[in-house]
Design a binder for this molecule. Structure first.
Ligand code: MG
Length: 290
């Protein structure tokens, strides 16, 4: 099922996308809730009822928001999780304090503030004066369905509800200058998310999905999820080892090679640039830098 969070007439609600990937149907009559989190927390009860609901009202002119417009806690994100991106990041000189092109032996996990989340087609604020080195990172994001702690890799997929796309927008100068990544990764509007939340049953082969991005239509990133250094079960095992994962948690799994600092000289985003991030079966998000 492809679910969306939408606004129409000033009202926010959860919808389901038809197979045409355009028509949105309002799920409120069935789920009685206005947030995707509430739907996911009650998924085992609601999924069969949703599957049986074929005559839900079509929404006129819905504006899609991020699936979780205000997540209850920061997004988890993973650094340096595609081999060629590790190399380009090391070469760039932005990897501090220890510049390295070596593959990490354990996942590098950081967070993006809840307030960085923005909609799939909303603008990315340039934050002029604070950063002059804005970069894009197309990423597969995992949505946790069932929480837990101490989750084994073998059980990890049982805790996944589904997937969406996150552009892990990064202020490279802020990321570099502050050593720790939180500030450089968390500026307002720097986590465009969506356009849909896709339940895991829709994805037959996660590794075969292709993560890609373009800037002003020019191809920049392209790699299959199978190229992840630490795969989804391993990330869930590591993050949950001593910290309880919650339903609705989002884990951005890392970005492939082809980001702006991968070029020499770097190609940072400028106002007016249009960034599109796409993943097979999960749609595409498109955001303009303003
Ligand atoms: Mg990233």
């Amino acid at each position: 099922m492809k679910l969306v969070t939408f606004v129409t007439d000033g009202r926010e609600a959860v919808g389901r996308l038809d197979d045409d990937e355009t028509t949105v149907r309002d799920l409120t009559p069935v789920v009685g809730a206005s947030s995707l989190l509430a739907v996911i927390e009650d998924w085992e009860r609601l999924a069969p009822r949703l599957a049986a609901s074929t005559d839900l009202p079509v929404v006129d002119d819905p504006r899609l928001r991020a699936p979780f417009p205000a997540p209850r806690r920061d997004l988890f994100a993973v650094g340096k999780n595609y081999r060629e991106h590790v190399a380009e990041f090391g070469r760039s000189g932005y990897d501090t304090p220890q510049r390295s092109e070596d593959l990490p032996d354990k996942p590098i996990v950081f967070t993006k503030a809840t307030t960085s989340v923005t909609g799939p087609f909303d603008d990315i604020e340039a934050h002029a004066g604070l950063t002059a080195e804005l970069d894009y990172e197309a990423e597969l994001a995992v949505i946790i369905g069932r929480g837990g702690r101490g989750i084994a890799s073998a059980d990890a997929m049982d805790h996944v509800w589904g997937y969406t796309i996150v552009d892990d927008v990064t202020a490279r100068d802020v990321q570099r200058d502050h050593k720790q990544w939180l500030l450089g990764k968390s500026l307002d509007t720097h986590a465009p998310m969506g356009p849909w939340a896709v339940s895991k049953d829709e994805i037959d082969d996660l590794g075969a999905l292709e993560v890609s991005s373009t800037v002003n239509g020019e191809p920049r990133q392209k790699a299959p999820v199978a190229d992840l250094i630490f795969d989804v079960p391993e990330l869930i095992r590591v993050i949950s080892a001593g910290m309880t994962l919650l339903p609705g948690d989002v884990i951005a799994t890392g970005t492939p090679a082809g980001v702006g600092i991968g070029f020499d000289p770097p190609r940072f985003l400028r106002p007016g640039d249009v960034v599109e991030c796409a993943i097979t079966g999960l749609g595409a998000i498109r955001n303009t830098v303003r």
